[in-house]
Design a protein around this ligand. Structure first.
Ligand SMILES: [Zn+2]
Length: 331
């Protein structure tokens, strides 16, 4: 990341901005994100019930935290597939700044769960897995990391991912808040990631990579955690949920609160916006790939093929005959 390529953060509000930082004495670095209008637009458009909105908000903050670290023009996707009432959440981050998301859930089952008082975000998520996918575009490689979701939530699933796949000591914090005003309900989300990236890889090996590996009753010894990482993690862990979503507390001020004893250096911020990448051209191309008889099955009562984007809810109608003329597939 070059500082020159980014606008100084003072030119921007703190909402919908990712702010990278480094704590040099602790050889740790990270990013903080505050999502305001972007996540509010996504959640308001879908009108998600509270438990669903909280999950999607957390997933959006996580996606931006991780996706904004990538150094290329590609896509980073976070997807959950679980057995819960909310059985799928998909969040796309298209570098450098576009965010979109949707969730699939059983509205009837959710209403029942709410009535019975068992509709916390973790309860409606259920168990399954979380997949993190990096897609660099047409001819480039695609990379996917998968971690189980076993009732532990997205924060801990992210920790597990960094332990297993990346082997980088990492702390992730996520928070979502709802504010009810005279004008209606608004959503905010925030997140913080801190990672230990020492110059010496020996120090990385000493740091706490496998805290969950202790066999029960075995003679397991806690690995000696590097002091610098222990301190960075302890300072970052003091962040409160309300601090991550407080619109009156700037991101710079928050970082100062957490790390001022050691000195924290902040880089230029990257603005984030809510934007879908669906288009009539893309969907036309997608429909063209189906066989004519498959397309025939898609024709609705109005004689047209209707397609609604799951991310932004835009509905488009297509004339079936537009596809047949150019079709070279004899099937
Ligand atoms: Zn769309």
């Amino acid at each position: 990341m070059t500082e020159a390529s980014m606008r100084p953060v003072s030119d921007l509000g703190d909402d919908d901005v990712v702010l990278p930082f480094v704590i040099e004495p602790l050889e740790s670095r990270g990013r903080v994100v505050r999502l305001g209008a972007s996540v509010d637009a996504i959640l308001a458009r879908h009108g998600y019930p509270e438990a669903v909105a909280r999950l999607v908000g957390e997933a959006a903050a996580l996606t931006v935290l991780l996706g904004s670290a990538l150094k290329f023009e590609g896509r980073f996707q976070v997807q959950t597939r679980t057995n819960g009432i909310v059985d799928m959440i998909v969040v796309d981050f298209d570098a450098p700044d576009r965010l979109r998301a949707f969730a699939r859930f059983d509205a009837e089952a959710l209403a029942l769960a709410q009535a019975e008082g068992r509709a916390t975000p973790l309860q409606v998520l259920g168990t399954g897995h979380l997949a993190l996918t990096i897609d660099q575009g047409n001819d480039m490689s695609r990379y996917q990391g998968v971690v189980p979701l076993e009732g532990q939530g997205l924060e801990d699933a992210a920790h597990q991912y960094f332990r297993q796949s990346e082997q980088i000591p990492t702390l992730v914090r996520l928070a979502v808040a709802q504010s009810v005003t005279g004008e209606g309900v608004h959503w905010r989300a925030g997140g913080l990631i801190v990672q230990f990236l020492p110059h010496s890889t020996d120090r990385l090996r000493q740091a706490d990579l496998h805290p969950g590996d202790a066999p029960e009753g075995g003679d397991y010894h806690e690995p000696s955690e590097d002091d610098a990482w222990s301190e960075a993690k302890a300072l970052a862990a003091t962040v409160e949920d309300h601090e991550l979503v407080d619109p009156t507390l700037s991101s710079e001020r928050l970082l100062y609160r957490l790390f001022h004893e050691r000195g924290v250096k902040v880089f230029g911020g990257q603005p984030i916006r809510e934007a879908c990448r669906c288009s009539t051209d893309r969907i036309t191309e997608m429909l063209r790939r189906f066989k004519p008889r498959e397309r025939a099955d898609m024709v609705g009562d109005n004689g047209r093929i209707g397609v609604t984007c799951e991310f932004c809810s835009t509905h488009r109608d297509f004339e079936p005959s537009d596809f047949e003329a150019s079709d070279l597939d004899p099937a």
